[in-house]
Design a protein. Structure first.
Length: 215
């Protein structure tokens, strides 16, 4: 219920201008009463707050089934801007955009026949060698296995040259001279252009390289 706020302060003590030194006791009574009024008001205010405001523990126990009947009005359930249906549509649109531009485009997931986003156990793709001695191919996740071949699907030229091969976590593809041809690292894999390791060769005859990476 509403509380009546008391009026505090020296300016509100009636007849203050007529008080003189010999009326000191009267002045003290008036000030004491003002302090008691303030104390009573604050106590009543705290009690009212306890009644009107829910505590953290009370809010934590609320579930959807506790919503008062009729509180979800037609307006709240409508597609009016900012209302439930409109906000749900906005979130669904954002989700659809994510599926189209991120998940599917990166090959991390695809839509099944029912339109459900399904995570794939692998990604595949290509890259073009640039001749740099060591190069990182970013997958966005750390694979458990990676297979790399040149554009013809070959992992070597029949001699000691290697264009790729099958690397596992902790098991690199290594040339006969001990150079890492293919190595799994955090969030992707490394390829090379050093000696017989030609997994990053810039020649058109082997590009683009193909790869498939399993989670």
């Amino acid at each position: 219920m509403p509380l009546t706020k008391p009026t505090f302060g020296v300016a509100n003590i009636q007849g203050l201008s007529t008080l003189v030194q010999d009326q000191e006791a009267t002045l003290k009574v008036l000030f004491d009463k003002t302090g008691e009024d303030a104390k009573a008001y604050l106590i009543a205010l705290c009690d009212q707050i306890d009644l009107d405001i829910a505590t953290k523990s009370e809010l934590a126990g609320i579930v959807l089934g506790d919503v008062t009947d009729g509180s979800l009005t037609d307006v709240k359930l409508s597609d009016v801007a900012g209302q439930i249906k409109d906000r749900l549509a906005t979130h669904l649109l954002a989700y659809a955009e994510f599926v189209a531009t991120k998940a599917q485009a990166s090959g991390l997931a695809s839509l099944d026949s029912g339109g459900i986003l399904v995570q794939k156990p692998y990604v595949s793709g290509t890259y073009t060698g640039d001749g740099v001695a060591s190069r990182f191919i970013d997958l966005g996740f750390t694979p458990g296995a990676v297979f790399v071949a040149n554009k013809e699907g070959q992992v070597g030229d029949g001699s000691t040259v290697l264009y790729g091969g099958l690397a596992l976590s902790g098991v690199d593809v290594v040339s006969s001279t001990g150079v890492n041809v293919l190595q799994i690292v955090t969030n992707g894999f490394n390829v090379a252009m050093i000696g017989e390791a030609l997994s990053n060769y810039a020649e058109a005859s082997v590009n683009p390289y193909r790869y498939i990476a399993y989670r």
